[in-house]
Design a protein around this ligand. Structure first.
Ligand code: BGC
Length: 840
């Protein structure tokens, strides 16, 4: 479909009506539409009945920032898990469910999906992406957008563009050559445009010297010019840097509010003549179109069918958006994402031969269901692996030992027995006007968490740049001994333990880079001798001098939280089989921080090795959303990569381990044998803040193929329990490259006795290229489910673009004549069928 047709088909409001509305708005009203008014609302226009619109994170559920305390929403598998399903219909279904919940919560813009790629295994937000391949991300991203928008909520693919790591994220200058941008990093965003995304978010970083929020060539040039996209481009939070350049480059919305560069400042720039009114009108047109699309702007009399909004919830009541249908969907999606990396036949486990099962590992009872940062949502309690296995194996004795600890920061205070000032489990938070927490508090309430991000949810009447706050609780230690206690935060802050200062940074200057400081790992405190059963008062205070978010988090490690390797090994030795659940926690997989190594945190590798040495039936489950090193992989019975799978983790895990469900996932990234084998590892910018994407188009498996490096597990790999074979491939390519597509017919047959899944992966190799090209590139895929004995034909099409490369010397997309090979297989290194394609 041509862009204009796509836009018309995707518009519930006519162009004339938009013109009319814009003509009726003043310059100030139009500029007001373009600025946030607070953390999660973008400006409205009362004169035309447009209320402020609501934006919320995303992408693995509806985040709670503006929810009343105690509200929850469905927590779905993370991005890499969805990537591992390779299943377009399933991703659409998951996104439609999140969209439905967002609609019920009154949200207009959901901030996702993440269309950046897994470039370095150290990237803090790898878990939010769909993997390392641009086509996988493009196709699944489009599916997510369609699902979300089918609920009448705008998807906001993010972060445009080259935002693959978190280190110095607001200042880093990602140096990416044009061909690499086009063939790799822009591809998913181009697909998002073709899928009709209503909104998009510009990244924090710079690309080739210019910040993405005022990047004329990438925004006005490619996104809105060449691709003719008609949606709203919003800034990432606090990432608008100026008025004129950003507006002229094509940024439509400054988030969050209150306005700094858009709103009144933009109106003035228009009145001064620095920004033309035509530019302003273009922004306003996009914002009004989006408001009409999400049902926030009346399109009276136009009779355009929009998705029916589900019944809205009462904003005064806590909302529980999840339900059994959503839980069932999350459970199925998680099982479809789990990647069985190795299996010596121990899986599926036969309950009949197991009387005693040891469930070991730090993540068995305290799993990581979702990552940290903006993606983190308040969710119903996670079904842990331990819970799930206990429920599925009622007749089996199940024993548990965590083995070792993995926390990046001290565990939250709430991991111990803590009570608020009224004696209720939890803590008390109190607020004061001004910079000193003295006298009668202005407001206060009870909280369940010892970590607070103070931004959108200040008590009414307090202003962000002039309040102080105290978080306090009575902790009763379970045992006597040294306890580490610390405060995480930034700006003026202090911590007291039983009235004694443990950290005093009351006069520290405010942070200059808040989006980064919010996630920084600095902890200040000390070690205290505490006595079992004797309550201790812990108080953390901060004052806010600037108009920006604040962090206040208290952590404590008791002696009890030490490693217990010996106990874990003894438990493993006494059992018929062992499930070891290793992985990360949400401080390791988080926005705002990259990791420094691919090694599992703590003594987890040692734990796996020792358990495996004592019990040959050791199955390792990896609870991580990013590539981790698995040095023991060939010394254990089976390895299952389980991602950050959402609220139904334990149930889905039991389904797969016991063979009720097929492990449906295939790796969306490569897992290297050695850290140094990755094409891009360090995410630390060099001189002038530059992070050079030196691997060019050869990221991920393309590098391993080009350099002839054997990975530990290749891209696309994953075993099933079923036996589904590739029988034949037929290619009809008449008409390529004159605009027609090549038609592929792949015949599959389930030759085993179990129902199962196969992912057909189509790679293209340009055998006679005049420029170096990756040895093979993924260009299509399909997830296929077959009953025992069933066979099917899978039809896939290759378009011109699937054969082309980007010719930077002004040639644009270019297809060279010569021989191509179409490779169809079960992974990037398990090619089962090949066909030659000769282009004249
Ligand atoms: C993140 C975005 C997120 C926004 C709002 C930023 O820090 O980079 O992904 O949508 O915050 O929470």
């Amino acid at each position: 479909m041509k862009p204009a047709e796509r836009s018309a088909a995707n518009s519930p409001i006519s162009s004339e009506r938009l013109d009319e509305l814009i003509a009726g708005l003043s310059i100030e009203e139009k500029a007001g539409l373009m600025a946030g008014i607070d953390a999660w609302h973008a400006g409205g226009a009362p004169s035309i009945g447009l209320e402020p619109t609501v934006t919320l994170d995303g992408p693995n559920g509806v985040r709670g920032m503006t929810f009343p305390a105690g509200s929850t929403a469905t927590c779905t598998p993370c991005g890499t898990a969805l990537g591992a399903t390779w299943d377009v219909d399933l991703v659409t279904e998951v996104a439609a469910r999140i969209g439905l919940e967002a609609k019920r919560a009154g949200v207009h813009y959901m901030l996702g999906p993440v269309l950046n790629l897994v470039r370095s295994p150290l990237g803090g937000r790898d878990f939010e992406a769909y993997g390392e391949d641009p086509v996988l991300a493009a196709v699944l991203g489009a599916a997510y957008i369609e699902g979300m928008q089918s609920a009448g909520v705008a998807a906001t693919p993010k972060h445009y563009v080259a935002n693959e790591s978190e280190m110095h994220r607001t200042t880093v200058d990602c140096r990416v050559d044009e061909r690499t941008l086009r063939e790799v990093y822009l591809t998913p965003f181009e697909a998002a445009v073709n899928a009709g995304a209503w909104s998009m978010m510009a990244a924090y970083n710079r690309v080739n010297g210019i910040h993405c929020s005022n990047h004329g060539p990438l925004v006005a040039g490619i996104l809105k010019g060449e691709w003719a996209w008609d949606g709203v481009l919003m800034s990432d939070w606090e990432a608008t840097h100026n008025t004129v350049a950003a507006s002229v480059a094509g940024l439509d919305l400054e988030m969050p509010g209150p306005p700094r560069f858009f709103g009144p400042a933009l109106a003035e720039a228009v009145r001064r003549g620095d920004v033309s009114e035509a530019v302003l009108d273009d922004h306003a047109r996009r914002l009004l179109l989006l408001a009409a699309r999400v049902g926030a702007l009346a399109v009276a009399g136009e009779g355009v069918a929009r998705p029916t909004a589900a019944e809205k919830l009462d904003p005064a009541q806590p909302w529980h958006l999840s339900d059994p249908d959503a839980a069932a969907l999350v459970r199925r999606a998680a099982a479809e994402s789990f990647v069985l990396l190795t299996n010596d036949g121990t899986l599926p486990l036969l309950p009949a031969v197991i009387r005693k099962l040891a469930v070991i590992g730090p993540n068995a009872a305290q799993p990581c269901a979702q990552g940290g940062g903006a993606a983190h949502i308040p969710a119903p309690p996670t079904v842990t692996p331990l819970d799930g296995l206990r429920a599925a194996l009622p007749g089996v004795e199940i024993i548990h030992e965590p083995g070792c600890r993995i926390d990046r920061f001290l565990p939250p205070l709430t991991a111990m027995e803590v009570r608020d000032m009224d004696g209720k489990p939890g803590l008390t938070v109190e607020f004061w006007r001004g910079q000193e927490p003295a006298g009668q508090p202005y407001a206060g309430w009870h909280v369940d968490s010892s970590e607070m991000h103070l931004f959108a949810d200040l008590p009414q009447g307090l202003v962000q740049d002039d309040f102080s706050v105290r978080l306090s609780g009575w902790v009763t230690p379970a045992e006597s001994g040294p306890h580490e206690i610390a405060l995480r935060g930034f700006g003026g802050r202090r911590l007291k333990v039983d009235g004694v200062p443990a950290a005093d940074l009351w006069n520290a200057p405010p942070a200059t880079d808040v989006p980064t400081a919010l996630f920084e790992g600095r902890q200040d405190g000390g070690t205290f001798e505490l006595q079992a059963g004797k309550p201790v008062l812990i108080e953390a205070e901060l004052h806010s001098a600037v108009n920006a978010a604040c962090l206040l988090a208290i952590g404590c490690r008791s002696p009890q939280q030490a490693d217990r390797l010996e106990q874990a090994v003894a438990a493993a030795a006494s059992a018929d089989a062992v499930i070891v659940v290793v992985g990360n926690d949400e401080a390791w997989e988080s926005e705002g921080r990259d990791r420094s190594t691919v090694t599992l945190p703590g003594r987890q590798n040692e734990l796996v090795e020792r358990v495996a040495a004592t019990n040959p039936r050791t199955i390792v489950v990896v609870n991580a959303g990013c590539p981790m090193d698995l040095p023991w992989a060939d010394r254990v019975a089976a390895v299952l990569y389980a991602w950050l799978p959402g609220q139904e983790f334990g149930n889905a895990l039991a389904d797969v381990l016991l063979g009720k469900s097929e492990p449906g996932g295939r790796l969306p990234f490569t897992i290297a044998a050695r850290e140094s084998d990755y094409p891009a590892l360090s995410t630390t910018p060099g001189e002038q803040e530059q992070l050079v994407y030196a691997e060019g188009v050869n990221l991920g498996y393309r590098h391993f193929d080009a350099a002839g490096i054997e990975p530990r597990f290749c891209f696309g790999h994953g075993l099933g329990y079923a036996r589904i074979e590739f029988e034949s491939l037929e290619v009809a390519a008449d008409g390529l490259p004159e605009g027609d597509s090549a038609q592929l017919k792949v015949r599959l047959r389930n030759v085993g006795s179990r129902a199962g899944k196969q992912v057909v992966q189509v790679y293209v190799a340009d055998l006679e290229s005049s420029v170096p090209r990756p040895p093979r590139e993924l260009k299509g895929f399909a997830a296929v489910h077959l009953a025992p004995g069933e066979s099917t034909d899978v039809f896939l099409a290759l378009e011109d673009r699937d054969l082309a490369y980007w010719d930077g010397d002004g040639g644009g997309w270019r297809i060279e004549p010569g021989r191509f090979e179409i490779q169809v297989g079960a992974s990037s290194r398990d090619i089962r069928l090949r066909a030659a394609l000769d282009l004249e």
